[in-house]
Design a binder for this molecule. Structure first.
Ligand code: AMP
Ligand code: MG
Length: 492
């Protein structure tokens, strides 16, 4: 028996300048440390076969499975605002695409599988820490219901990668609706290759936005659709306290999935200016900046599409601006609707936005834990005694009292029973998020002690983020002062 991948590749059938054909570089001693069995099944892969030594060799890039057509994709990108005309997959190789059980085409990509023509000075490899981090956080995002790439497997390679020190090497198998980025469009736009841009746009429409195939102006409709998905995505990030950390245009997915988990983090205490990434010195990608940056990235996408809009540049620019203009409204509608749900409001009323903003302001001023404040509020909705647990999140607990009174008055205007409000709130306010200090501890145990038990347990808890799991209650706790992680690293 061999491991069967039902590949149906479409990207590698595009013109040669879209990618470089390159095989993964074999590694010394691959060892599977995690297989995402439910995801394997969803992809039509046999989890038992993937767990055999042959499966581990495939997931480490040591053997290329039948039907794969390994390529490194070409793309460009703005990194912290600076344009780089050629980036590309420097340490990732797309094995191919499969159609999953829901009929969705999915890329299967190895990350950390050796150098490609796009590696520049990089070694094409990944260290175990960042691989585990991406595995944990991407699967947590999925469980939270947020569009994201997923993690099928993690293997250690049996080799070391040299970063500041020698670290164990690893390969992540990443699954995505596609790996097409804003930067993929920029790659062709900067080369003034309008024909390639058209091919790419058509590929994207067919793959991600098939409803637009017969739109009157499909390229305009494509931009509008990506704007809508990104606006919705960023709203969802904010609603769970997620900070991507490197929202470069090459890390901005056209399908609207969260992609490229580097120095990403969930915040503990609510702070709109929060930054974790060690390389984000100016706070460009701070928590509350993310909507603005998403629009900035979409504006770069719009610039790429201008030649497809019209030969009349002025007209094309006006049309693009018009489409980008929808971002603010789409974002704010999604964000405000999400916030209303978080505080248990079923309908919209005048004054809701101000009411919720007052809560957020008090939380920021009092370093209230973002996740726990909302989670404890769910229970306060059902039981007055629960108020004390919310108060306890605030440095000065009395800062919550006036708000609590206003909130009671507001919720009393709705007919829903208290328990109905509580369960609706539980469904949108997670109790478990991948807290930085937990992620760090898991990585340390794996890297230093070859101990994956903490990783397994964290992944298991985070798979049900909205469910109270009393036996795992400690995973809900914020870090103690000496456990706080202040900086995260992209680890490339
Ligand atoms: P990232 O910051 O992970 O989004 O990566 C930015 C660019 O650097 C992409 O083109 C990556 O493929 C490339 N890159 C990152 N790490 C490596 C590495 N270890 N070897 C080669 N290329 C890399
Ligand atoms: Mg990237």
């Amino acid at each position: 028996m061999t491991v069967h991948f039902p590949f149906q590749n479409s990207y590698s059938a595009l013109p040669d300048n879209f990618f470089a054909r390159v095989a993964p570089t074999p590694v010394a001693a691959p060892r599977l440390i995690k297989l995402n069995r439910p995801l394997a099944a969803l992809l039509g892969l046999d989890p038992d076969m993937l767990e055999t030594p042959e499966g581990a060799e495939i997931l480490a890039g040591k053997t290329v499975p039948a039907g794969a057509d390994p390529i490194a994709m070409a793309y460009a990108g703005h990194q912290f605002g600076q344009f780089v005309p050629q980036l590309g997959d420097g340490r990732a190789i797309l094995l191919g695409e499969v159609i999953d059980k829901n009929g969705v085409r999915r890329d299967i990509q190895l990350k950390g599988s050796g150098p490609t023509p796009f590696s520049r000075r990089g070694d094409g490899r990944a260290a175990l820490g960042p691989v585990l981090r991406e595995y944990i956080v991407s699967e947590a995002m999925f469980a939270l219901g947020i569009p994201t790439t997923r993690s099928l497997a993690a293997v250690v390679t049996g080799e070391h990668v040299i970063r500041e020190t020698a670290l164990p090497g690893a390969v992540l198998t990443r699954v995505a609706a596609s790996h097409i980025r804003v930067g993929t469009f920029q790659f062709f736009a900067v080369r003034r290759d309008t024909e390639a841009l058209r091919r790419l746009a058509e590929h994207v429409i067919t793959r991600h936005y098939p409803d637009l195939l017969h739109a009157e102006r499909p390229y305009h409709a494509l931009l509008a659709a990506v704007v809508a998905r990104q606006a919705d995505l960023v709203a969802r990030w904010l609603l769970v306290g997620f900070i991507h950390g490197v929202m470069n245009t090459d890390n901005s997915s056209i399908s609207g999935e969260t992609i490229d988990y580097g120095p990403c983090a969930f915040m503990d205490a609510y702070n709109p200016a929060q930054v974790f990434s060690s390389i984000d010195e100016m706070g460009r990608y701070a928590y509350a900046n993310q909507p603005r940056i998403a629009l900035w990235n979409l504006t770069r996408l719009a610039e790429c599409l201008l030649p497809l809009f019209s030969d009349d540049q002025e007209k094309a620019v006006a049309e693009a601006q018009d489409i980008l203009g929808a971002f603010a409204e789409t974002f704010s509608t999604a964000y405000q609707a999400g916030l209303r749900k978080k505080v248990g409001l079923f309908r919209e009323r005048d004054g809701d936005e101000a009411l919720i903003q007052d809560l957020l302001d008090a939380m920021a001023k009092n370093q209230a834990d973002f996740t726990l404040t909302f989670r404890k509020l769910c229970d306060a909705a059902a039981d007055e005694a629960g108020i004390s647990d919310v108060r306890a999140q605030f440095m000065d607990p009395s800062a919550f009292d006036d708000w609590a009174k206003r909130w009671r008055e507001r919720t009393a205007l709705e007919p829903q029973a208290a328990t109905e409000r509580q369960s609706a709130m539980h469904a949108v306010n997670p109790i478990f998020i991948p807290r930085n200090h937990r992620v760090e501890a898991v990585i340390q145990a794996a890297v230093n002690d070859d101990n994956y038990a903490p990783f397994e347990e964290l992944v298991k808890v985070l798979a049900k983020p909205y469910e109270d799991q009393p036996e795992h209650a400690a995973y809900a706790d914020p870090p103690l002062p000496d456990q706080r992680v202040l900086r995260t690293f992209c680890g490339t």
